[in-house]
Design a protein around this ligand. Structure first.
Ligand code: ADP
Ligand code: MG
Length: 235
């Protein structure tokens, strides 16, 4: 059974009287342990698709399945639980909380999940795990720094550590290297690849950058709101 499936997923945005069809029947599946790139030109619907996969938005029609069960029609509480426990996300713009240190940013998912009292009871173990994750992404010495004291690559690595705090099976990344220079971006990709290989973390990476997608096991291309046939493209 695939870890994640999109089945005939459709999404149209409405701007006043104008309709903007973005996804016109997207089908693909990702197996556990894969590192898959979703590519397409700017405006092709990559972020829209990733938001649907993450249950941040709902498709107009079609289904998204996680471990075989539909997740596109979950109620809010169940969606929040899924996102907090199974799916980690990172974004082009990092989305760290500016007033928190790197370590505190990494801790936010468990604060949300367990509440302040629950967090406080297990505080030592959580801080230990968050420190280990920061070490893992090469930021041990930066744990006490605020985001404004970190470089772009360091902020993205902090965001990766935060996404891993809840031990998700799936990591969704939207243009994770989009704001980084090439060398720094490659460092971020290398970390994602190592996590994928060492822990079996499934990674879905959205990018318009061919070099980034070349780092993936497999590429899913969005063209005209559908998945282009990889066999035709390769020919
Ligand atoms: P990509 O991530 O591939 O660049 P997006 O998924 O962000 O593409 O956007 C696809 C298309 O949908 C674009 O034409 C964009 O302008 C439009 N779009 C995205 N979000 C909205 C929205 N919330 N409302 C209206 N149109 C949107
Ligand atoms: Mg986008």
């Amino acid at each position: 059974m695939p870890l994640l499936q999109a089945i005939d997923v459709r999404k149209t945005y409405h701007k006043g009287a104008t309709q903007v069809p973005v996804l016109r029947g997207v089908d693909f599946s990702v197996d556990a342990g894969e590192l898959v790139a979703i590519t397409g030109q700017s405006g092709s619907g990559k972020s829209t698709l990733l938001h649907l996969l993450a249950t941040l938005d709902r498709p107009d029609s079609g289904e998204v399945r996680y471990e075989g069960a539909r997740i596109d029609n979950l109620r809010t509480a169940a969606r929040d639980r899924l996102r907090n426990r199974q799916i980690g996300m990172i974004f082009q713009a990092y989305h760290l909380l500016p007033e928190l240190s790197a370590l505190e940013n990494v801790l936010t998912p468990v604060m949300l999940r367990y509440g302040l009292a629950g967090y406080w009871r297990r505080r030592a173990a959580f801080r230990q795990r968050a420190s280990e994750l920061l070490e893992r992404v090469g930021l041990g010495p930066r744990a006490a720094h605020k985001p404004r004291e970190l470089s772009g690559g360091e902020m993205q690595r902090t965001a990766i550590a935060r996404a891993l705090m809840a031990e998700p099976k799936l990591l969704l990344a939207d243009e994770p290297t989009g704001n980084l220079d090439q060398t720094t971006g490659q460092g971020v990709l290398k970390i994602l690849r190592e996590l994928n290989q060492e822990t079996g973390l499934t990674v879905i990476l959205v990018t318009h950058d061919g070099e980034v997608s070349a780092a993936a096991d497999r590429t899913v291309s969005l063209v005209d709101g559908r998945v282009a046939d990889g066999r035709l493209r390769a020919a």
